[in-house]
Design a protein around this ligand. Structure first.
Ligand SMILES: NC(=O)c1ccc[n+]([C@@H]2O[C@H](COP(=O)([O-])OP(=O)(O)OC[C@H]3O[C@@H](n4cnc5c(N)ncnc54)[C@H](O)[C@@H]3O)[C@@H](O)[C@H]2O)c1
Length: 312
């Protein structure tokens, strides 16, 4: 299949590109490199089935790429991934998380592209109790990022109905692994590189969430895309196990070069909009035959080792 991966030079998008190429598809990766990096995709640059285009989804270049690409499926992975930053500038998530989705859908409509796989998030659920499944509601996101993703989901389903675009909405929790440039594991490693011996942690360390290895995630995305066949397919993809922030700090230090003292800032969350605790019900995707190969703690340890070994 001819595919377009928006955000294809980002952390998750680059693994999606790797996997699509491995499965024999042709891939155009489109990314403005605001958060992504060419080194995430350099292993594919000499592959004749791969093409990288640098550009902003909101710029006219996107229309040119659609007009010539004859795409059959779009993997829409591009978004603002810096959740805390949009507290100061809410328009970041309006533009980069929501409008990017709308622009992709419009380009699909105009060019007759009939499939979209969307990177959604647990942040659309807001603060919850108990194990949340895909039917959980009401949906009350508490971050602009979660709001931008929920609005994106709503337009994807309305485009599905109006223009017969089939959609796979995959809702991830925190995803970790090599090539990441954000999140607790990455931040802790960067902080320890700057101030070895002391790790300053936002919040009280008690926040607890599921963390999923990026290759397990991509395996889940591909399974859902190939096996689920409704007009709109919505799946949580996540680990059933969880890790506390205090344990992430401990594991990152254990995987690093030297011991360090952990200093907590206090408060029940890292920043405004941070959901301190949630738990996923993943029975829908498990029924399709997917389960993660790593527990949440194992995924954190693999990601921590990778973050320490990567160049800054
Ligand atoms: N990492 C996680 O824990 C997580 C969890 C849930 C959902 N997601 C979603 O998965 C997707 C990938 O996230 P990630 O962690 O790989 O983040 P990332 O920042 O590494 O990847 C996003 C990519 O999109 C690109 N991008 C952003 N705005 C763009 C624009 N206007 N035009 C072109 N390119 C643009 C960035 O340069 C970056 O390469 C995002 O949609 C994110 O919201 C991530």
């Amino acid at each position: 299949m001819r595919t377009l991966v928006t955000g294809g030079a980002g952390f998750i998008g680059s693994f999606v590109c790797d996997r699509l190429l491995k499965d024999g598809h042709s891939v155009t990766a489109y990314d403005d490199l605001s958060l992504g990096r060419v080194r995430n995709i350099e292993q594919n640059l000499s592959n004749p089935k791969f093409r990288f285009v640098e550009g902003d989804i909101l710029a006219p270049r996107m229309d040119e790429v659609f007009a010539t690409g004859e795409f059959e499926c779009v993997f829409h992975m591009a978004a603002n991934s810096d959740i805390a930053r949009s507290h100061e500038s809410p328009s970041i998530d309006l533009d980069r998380t929501f409008m990017t989705t709308f622009r992709v859908l419009e380009a699909m409509r105009k060019n007759g592209v009939k499939q979209i796989v969307f990177a959604s998030t647990s942040a659309i659920y807001g603060e919850t109790t108990g194990r949340i499944n895909e039917s959980y509601g009401p949906l009350i996101p508490i971050s602009h990022y979660g709001a931008g993703k929920l609005a994106s989901e709503a337009f994807i389903t309305s485009f599905a109905e109006n223009y017969s675009i089939q959609s796979w909405i995959t809702r991830f929790p925190n995803v970790v692994g090599p090539r990441s440039t954000h999140g607790a594991v990455y931040d802790f490693v960067q902080k320890l590189r700057k101030t070895p011996g002391s790790l300053h942690v936002l919040g009280n360390g008690q926040q607890i969430k599921p963390y999923l290895n990026v290759e397990d995630l991509v395996q889940g995305i591909m399974l859902v895309w190939t096996k689920a066949s409704e007009k709109v397919n919505i799946f949580n993809i996540g680990a059933d196990t969880r890790t506390r922030v205090a344990d992430i700090a401990r594991i990152v230090i254990e995987e690093g070069p030297a011991p360090a003292e952990i200093v907590y800032a206090g408060g029940d969350r890292g920043w405004i909009g941070d959901v301190p605790e949630f738990e996923y019900d993943t029975s829908s995707i498990r029924q399709l035959g997917w389960s993660p190969s790593m527990t949440s703690d194992e995924a954190i340890r693999v990601a921590a080792a990778a973050a320490w070994s990567e160049q800054v």
